[in-house]
Design a protein around this ligand. Structure first.
Ligand code: CMC
Length: 431
């Protein structure tokens, strides 16, 4: 059978170019346009990457029309129900699920890397007391490269692996320290007898003068949310990590750039924005007014937690997390959280509204995650930080995958220039 190709014709000159189609294992194939500019003299134009695959990857597959998400071929529903965060993390980094010994070793490694260099611990005090924890995260994670010189050589496999482990291990410690700084409480050191999420809760909520018991429901809920948030193929923050990494910047700097990209309300910042929005709506009786605002093109208001660039069907993560949300609120809340009631009403109205139906705007994962975090006592400005902890695994795995490629090249998009054509400088006295 002949190779699959696509032929492009320039209807001005009649010139044709036959381009190879790269085969995927699942989902759309991709026309390889690498030769396009050289042969035809055009760039391709695709702002927002609506039709452009920026890389090839064996990590995550999602089908937006079907509402399907898989990590290395495993459906997210199975991982959410039967696995745990560190096991999935191992699988993302090492391609296959671990056996018992591999999982124990990996868990030990991540656990024993949880402490921060003591000088780095002091860095937090340099931030203003009301700094947003995401601002602290960007700064502190970037500064890891100033402390761990023995893991910044990206050409050294061992360095890459240690950096990956350190980032995954230290992220909860940095997140909790950012939180403690913002509320004026002393930092709490990690307790390596606890699980990954149990330790995070311990570092966030225990104080030196009292005993703290990790709530197993909270620990399980966080573990589940972290699995759901672990990776999502080439989203804005992951693409940022890959682009930064393509220049051979060190891994800590790359992950810091991912955290910065995640912060925006159109991306990871949406979970915080959802809660702010629900508070702003305030009461079920106000829902129709806000729905009307979301539909009004002259109003910049959008329903936060609704819509997705890729999912044009129910976000599978939202389906899983919605159930967890009910469970957590029933067990930890009084079961009658007015914001949850409000969220459900909003969801119901939006799902039956012609505007949202026509545009295939469904609730996304962030619509519910904020409600769970809230029930766990996690403040809104920490929501995106939680997302960053989980997504670190995906960022690191994607970064590893890219650096390990045979023909890895620096990412360097082209542009359609629409500025002034050549003109001469005019002296200021003559302008
Ligand atoms: N509320 C009201 N209208 C919306 C919304 C919304 N949340 N989202 C999209 N639309 C409309 C939009 O106005 C446009 O309408 P029209 O065709 O009449 O001009 C149409 O739907 C398509 O929207 P788009 O902006 O072209 O879609 P996009 O793929 O560029 O944006 C999005 C995707 C997620 C940025 C957007 O849906 C949005 O801003 N949602 C709210 C923020 C949010 O929840 N973000 C979290 C995303 S999931 C987690 C993550 O990725 O981190």
């Amino acid at each position: 059978m002949s190779e699959h190709t696509v032929t492009i014709t320039d209807n001005k000159t009649g010139k044709q170019l036959e381009l190879p189609v790269r085969q995927s294992t699942q989902g759309p194939c991709a026309v390889d346009i690498g030769r396009f500019y050289r042969e035809m003299g055009f760039f391709t134009y695709d702002p927002g990457f609506l039709s452009t695959a920026s890389c090839q990857s064996a990590l995550t597959y999602l089908d937006g029309e079907q509402g399907m998400l898989m990590y290395r071929g495993y459906p997210i529903e199975q991982l959410a129900e039967r696995s745990n965060f560190l096991e999935v993390a191992y699988m993302m980094l090492n391609s296959e699920l671990p056996d018992r010994q591999q999982l124990d070793e990996f868990t030990d490694i991540i656990t024993c890397h949880s402490m921060l260099n003591e000088t780095l611990n002091r860095l937090f005090n340099g931030f203003h007391h009301d700094a947003h924890p995401m601002a602290i995260m960007v700064g502190v994670v970037g500064s890891l490269s100033a402390f761990y010189h023995d893991s910044t050589d990206i050409n050294n496999l061992d360095h890459r692996e240690i950096a990956a482990h350190r980032l995954i291990a230290k992220m909860p410690t940095i997140a909790a320290a950012s939180y403690k700084h913002s509320i004026g409480e002393p930092q709490v050191y990690p307790d390596n007898s606890l699980s990954y999420t149990g330790n995070l809760l311990h570092m966030m909520f225990s104080v030196p003068c009292e005993n703290y018991e990790v709530d197993p429901i909270a620990e399980k809920a966080l573990d589940l949310i972290f699995i759901l948030h672990m990776d999502h193929e080439q989203n804005a923050s992951t693409s940022t990590v890959r682009l930064a990494g393509s220049s051979h910047a060190n891994p800590f700097a790359c992950i810091a750039s991912g955290i910065a990209a995640l912060w925006g309300p159109a991306h990871g910042g949406a979970n915080e924005a959802v809660l702010n929005m629900l508070n702003e709506i305030g009461d079920v009786s106000n829902v129709p007014r806000f729905i009307a605002r979301a539909k009004d093109k002259s109003d910049s208001f959008r329903l936060m937690g609704f819509g997705h660039r890729v999912y044009k069907n129910y976000d599978p993560r939202a389906r899983i997390i919605r159930e967890m949300c009910h469970e957590v609120l029933a067990k930890l809340g009084d079961g009658n959280d007015p914001l949850f009631e409000l969220a459900l009403r909003l969801e119901e109205i939006a799902l039956n509204d012609e505007y949202f139906i026509a545009r295939k705007l469904y609730p996304n994962v962030d619509f519910y995650s904020g409600l769970i975090y809230r029930a766990l006592g996690i403040p809104a400005n920490m929501f995106t930080v939680m997302f960053a902890i989980a997504r670190t695994v995906g960022w690191v795995a994607q970064w590893q995958e890219m650096i390990g490629e045979d023909n890895q090249r620096i990412g360097r998009p082209r542009q359609l220039y629409v500025g002034p054509i050549r003109r001469d400088y005019v002296e200021i006295s003559q302008r």
